[in-house]
Design a protein around this ligand. Sequence first.
Ligand SMILES: Nc1ncnc2c1ncn2[C@@H]1O[C@H](COP(=O)(O)OP(=O)(O)OP(=O)(O)O)[C@@H](O)[C@H]1O
Length: 257
Amino acid sequence: MSIKNTILEIENLKKAYDEIKVLNGVSLDIKKGEVVVIVGPSGCGKSTLLRCINGLEEIQGGEIRLQGEIISGRQKNIHLVRQKIGMVFQSYDLFPHMTILNNILLGPVKSQRRDKKEVTEEAEKLLERVGLLDKRDAYPRQLSGGQKQRVAIVRALCMHPEVMLFDEVTAALDPEMVREVLDVMLGLAKEGSTMVIVTHEMQFARAIADRVIFLDKGEIVEEAPPELFFTNPATERARKFLNVFEFDTVKGIKNIE
Ligand SMILES: Nc1ncnc2c1ncn2[C@@H]1O[C@H](COP(=O)(O)OP(=O)(O)OP(=O)(O)O)[C@@H](O)[C@H]1O
């Protein structure tokens, strides 16, 4: 995978909810085509970090830059953020009264004012790729959780984001649905998408990451390539964290490597 220029820069990011400090000066650079996986104990601030990147949270300090442009703080250009950063959440948030295709078209056609025919063709290609072209005219309630999550990924991709953020996208899925979603993400990684992924699936993290970030109590404690992080973490805190996961890894994704 070619890792070239820095696309996203996070510098000394601070985030608190009232008195509770959640991110205590996080700095992180992400390069074009890089897949960064963020792991860490529950409540350490992983989701908050993604939400800050995506402009969903006010921040109390630091700066976030996308392609050199400040997208945080007072200069925040939410329009730019929405156009260039795609986010997929644990809950897929599809509109229940709209067909799958119309859910996907909404952003590109309404917000980006792109040609409906052209976006439809693209959406159909992407749906085919994730094995869901036959669900084009179905409604979200007619799809399984794994299928809805794949639609949510297609919907984000159709906006042509520079960076894709994934927040625990398999957490709400039944074990047998997990693999199909992770496979789509592995495919995107292979094609050179820039991705920031929060996950508790350690084996998946190991398979997909170019770099693993270990976040604990709102600070980056360790960052390393996966082959190093998962076999020989540098810190006691990371070692303890991984020990817990020895009993809790991977639902149905054993042979991924
Ligand atoms: N809207 C909010 N208001 C107040 N506190 C919040 C809010 N959102 C998150 N927090 C707190 O911030 C901390 C970090 O939460 P966050 O969801 O970022 O953690 P996480 O690492 O993603 O956890 P998990 O792995 O359990 O999803 C937690 O202590 C949480 O209770």
